[in-house]
Design a protein around this ligand. Structure first.
Ligand code: ATP
Ligand code: MG
Length: 213
């Protein structure tokens, strides 16, 4: 190596070492900030979560959390307020793992178009939800597609709020569905909105078992 090449190499090494030091200092700052926030989050209690929005992934995320809880040996329960005409893969799996399901007997509400029957079915299903929400031994309740029941007045908001507020302190609840009522969003501790960037259905790809239900 010539003297000039040597000089260039040591200059490059010096710049790289400086960069590494700056990176380390930045990361230390980030770590300090994260550690401080972790130290501040000391409260342990049940979380009310809403997963809403027009994109695909709301129920999937709810069921993912049920699987997570079951994996920790916790007790979870699922209430499905709108059930299509297809089998539910998660139900097939989770009932086998001891997760109780309460499923609204009617199909899609916009298919039945019978308000009185739908309201009665919603109320009957909500009564089962209330039992889970009152059970000290239930760690997580998934209220799948509950938002529609409230938005379309099949269930009185006050009754839903009352059961959510009276639940055991440690119990987590997940509500899924589009158009979540503002008051439920306000009541929740965590709210995630799944946005639709694209959906395969709009390019003519049909709903498929194992991926969509
Ligand atoms: P998933 O159950 O797949 O997590 P989701 O709970 O977010 O979906 P829902 O509104 O409950 O969505 O709709 C359930 C069904 O409708 C699924 O088969 C899903 O693939 C489909 N779907 C969800 N979002 C869209 C969308 N933006 N356009 C078309 N179909 C959709
Ligand atoms: Mg859903």
């Amino acid at each position: 190596m010539s003297e000039q090449q040597d000089k260039n190499q040591s200059e490059a090494d010096r710049i790289a070492a400086e960069k590494a030091l700056r990176h380390k200092a930045r990361q230390q700052k980030v770590k300090q900030a994260v550690d401080a926030r972790v130290a501040e989050a000391t409260e342990e209690r049940g979380v009310l979560m809403v997963i809403t929005g027009d994109g695909k992934g709301k129920s999937t995320a709810g069921f993912g959390t049920v699987a997570r809880a079951v994996g920790h040996g916790q007790k979870a329960a699922v209430v499905q307020f709108i059930k299509g005409n297809w089998e539910c893969g998660e139900r097939n799996l989770l009932e086998g793992a001891g997760v109780p399901f309460a499923v609204m007997a009617t199909g899609f509400t916009w298919e039945t178009q019978d308000k009185a029957a739908d309201t009665a079915a919603a109320l009957a299903t909500w009564e089962q939800a209330e039992q889970f929400l009152a059970d000290e031994n239930t760690d997580l309740v998934l209220l799948d597609e509950l938002t529609y029941m409230v938005s379309y007045h099949y269930l009185p908001l006050e009754r839903v709020v009352e059961a959510l507020n009276s639940r055991p302190l440690h119990q987590h609840v997940i509500i899924t569905g589009r158009n979540c009522h503002r008051e439920l969003v306000e009541l929740a501790d965590t709210v995630s909105e799944v946005g639709c960037v694209k959906h395969a259905f709009n390019s003519g790809i049909k709903a498929q078992p194992g991926f969509d239900y």
